[in-house]
Design a binder for this molecule. Structure first.
Ligand code: ZN
Length: 256
């Protein structure tokens, strides 16, 4: 009985969100680590999820760590990138790609570096934390696609530029680095102009991304949350779906 009630209220919240999507002229999605958890990519903020248990992310994923101990930095990132490269998008990524294909979603802004939105078929993806797709030389800015970075490693375990021997760094935003300005500007414009900001799998706690929903609210738009656990926007959201992201978005698409 209780399960039936839960299923019933999920259905009504999914219908409510479907109605908001239908009514809105401009819908933008903002996604975080939670959307990639069903693809087998743990959220490092969740305790007990393996990878980040053994290392302090502030220590290894910090720009100072890259410059200070580049070999250790790459010894962590090289296998991680290879692992991420093999992951596949899940139903939640596919649901957002489907919404865009139907003309009901303008863009996806993501904090994730895993490229799973693009793999799922989303066309307009703004990666505010960068992505694993490329690495760049910190001296001459030469850019290397993921599949050719492997050739840049010397016996010392450090990737160096084929042109100038400078240090090569992945184009992901590390702790201690600013977010890429063009991507953040685009994200801010999209959020300020959105009638509905669909926040999926993000705890909305990490600034400056955590300030994006404020822009939508300030422009008179609404916020919908599809995420497990509390967020600072729970009270200001019009609807919150807090079950599994794949199930919830599946129910929303069915209700459209
Ligand atoms: Zn170079």
């Amino acid at each position: 009985m209780r399960q039936q009630q839960a299923a019933g209220s999920r259905q009504s919240r999914a219908s409510e969100l479907a109605a908001l999507i239908r009514e809105a002229r401009s819908v933008v999605a903002l996604t975080g680590a939670g959307i990639s958890v069903p693809s087998g990519i743990p959220d490092f903020r969740s305790p007990g999820t393996g990878l980040w248990e053994k290392v302090d992310p502030m220590e290894v994923a910090h720009i100072d760590a890259f410059h200070g101990d580049t070999r250790r930095f790459w010894s962590f990132y090289r296998p991680r990138f290879a692992d991420l490269d093999e992951k596949l998008p899940n139903g939640a990524h596919e649901a957002l790609a489907d919404l865009e294909a139907r003309g009901m979603l303008d863009a996806v802004i993501t904090q994730n570096i895993d490229r799973l939105h693009s793999k799922a078929g989303s066309e307009r993806v703004i990666e505010v934390h960068g992505s694993i797709a490329t690495s760049s030389c910190t001296a001459c800015r030469a850019s290397y696609p993921l599949e050719s970075v492997g050739e840049l490693f010397g016996a010392d375990g450090v990737a160096t530029c084929a042109c100038c021997r400078g240090k090569v760094k992945p184009d992901v935003v590390l702790f201690g680095e600013l977010l890429p300005e063009p991507a953040m500007n685009e994200a801010q414009q999209l959020c300020a102009g959105a009638d509905l900001l669909l926040c999926v799998g993000s705890s909305l706690e990490v600034y400056p991304v955590a300030g994006l929903p404020e822009l939508t609210l300030g422009g008179g738009g609404r916020i919908a949350l599809v995420t497990q656990g509390p967020t600072p926007y729970d009270r200001e959201s019009t609807v919150k779906l807090d079950g599994d992201v794949v199930d919830e978005l599946d129910a929303v698409l069915t209700a459209l």
